[in-house]
Write a protein that binds this ligand. Structure first.
Ligand SMILES: [Zn+2]
Length: 369
């Protein structure tokens, strides 16, 4: 009896020791992420090698992959990019990530970002009836600012057929990436509740935004999956002085009190280490702070996240979910830059790869303390 009790105590002590040791090895935050475009078909192998050689040793555990229509969708082949990843290509990425316990969160931009500069995205190209602002013509030569206020097109969230299409591709991308989390983008939505839209005109923009977030979240939840989005539409751009890009100047910010609390907020701030993570955490959301290309800001954001976690109540601590480095170029450019093959003349040392290294060095240093 005595022996059994001692043995149990020993096992318990070892378990506690091992879990503490493991925790120290793997860093301090639940999410240690990288957000980047999925590779093009001819660049899958170097990308897989980069996961193995660089992401795994740096303790990256979350990979947000901006896929959009770079996949050979079977549910809607008409939406595929002309050259797109096959199932086999995707499985190479999935299997490498599994080996290193990296969770993949695939992204297809929903609601906003349905065009870029002068190019219409695949969804509105194929289904022009989903366009929130069909009266806004795509320009021959795109310039910002422009009289239409065209940054990116949006789809109409109240169109009766749009969700049949987009949920089919969302389900397919989650299936092929074998994941329980999906990122819907939903940043920088300037066209919403347009006066000329027969369905949305005159409606409350915050309610429209919240309605779309909730609808996507509920669809994912019905399949045991969770929704991630960018956080900018949920911050008051006027009161904070953060303006129209990293916050909302069209009143969508009130949606923060209308959406389900299990949506994960990716809170991007690139020029200053704004403390908005506290705002989201206090509202009950898990929040991931996202740097880009300024190493000083990025490391400050890591320190802030550590500080928030160490001083929070137990109720809020786990809402401070971690850090995700964002990369807005393609992976080829990022990998070339990372290995020093390509100088950024304009950026100097303010590049996504410098920031990535600085942010993960800092996170790993904190993890070893
Ligand atoms: Zn509409």
């Amino acid at each position: 009896m005595k022996f059994t009790k001692n043995a149990v105590t020993l096992v318990l002590a070892c378990t506690v020791f091992l879990s503490v040791a493991q925790d120290k090895l793997t860093g301090t935050f639940p999410v240690r992420g990288l957000s980047i475009a999925a590779p093009r078909k001819d660049a899958v192998d170097p990308f897989v090698k980069f996961i193995r050689d660089e992401l795994a040793p740096r303790n990256v555990n979350t990979l947000l992959l901006r896929v959009d229509y770079n996949y050979e969708f079977e549910s809607h082949p008409e939406l595929r990019d002309s050259i797109a990843l096959s199932k086999e290509d995707v499985k190479k990425i999935v299997n490498e990530c599994k080996r290193h316990n990296i969770r993949i969160v695939p992204q297809i931009n929903l609601l906003g970002h349905q065009s870029w500069a002068g190019d219409l995205g695949n969804l509105l190209e194929v289904y022009p009836q989903f366009d929130e602002t069909p009266h806004v013509q795509m320009p021959e030569e795109y310039k910002w600012p422009n009289p239409d206020g065209l940054y990116c097109k949006s789809y109409c969230p109240l169109h009766p057929e749009v969700h049949d299409v987009v949920f089919a591709v969302v389900d397919e991308i989650c299936d092929v990436f074998e994941t329980d989390a999906f990122h819907a983008g939903m940043d920088e939505v300037f066209y919403i509740g347009d006066d000329k839209c027969p369905r949305c005109g005159g409606r409350d923009k915050a309610e429209l935004f919240a309605g779309e977030v909730t609808r996507i979240r509920n669809h994912l939840a019905s399949k045991g999956r969770e929704l991630w989005i960018w956080g900018d539409r949920l911050i008051d751009g006027k009161a904070t002085g953060m303006g129209m890009w990293e916050a909302s100047m069209n009143n969508t910010y009130r949606a923060v009190d209308m959406i389900p609390r299990d949506v994960v907020i990716c809170d991007w701030h690139y020029e200053r280490a704004d403390k908005t993570a506290v705002y989201f955490a206090m509202k009950g959301f898990r929040v991931v702070t996202c740097p880009w290309r300024n190493p000083a800001v990025g490391t400050q954001q890591v320190d802030d996240m550590a500080n928030f976690r160490s001083t929070a109540t137990s109720e809020m601590k786990e809402n401070f979910y971690g850090i995700m480095q964002t990369v807005w170029s393609g992976p080829d450019n990022f990998i070339e830059g990372y290995y020093g093959k390509k100088k950024d003349e304009k950026g100097g040392s303010n590049t996504a790869w410098h920031c990535f290294e600085a942010v993960f060095d800092r996170m790993n240093a904190l993890g070893r303390q």
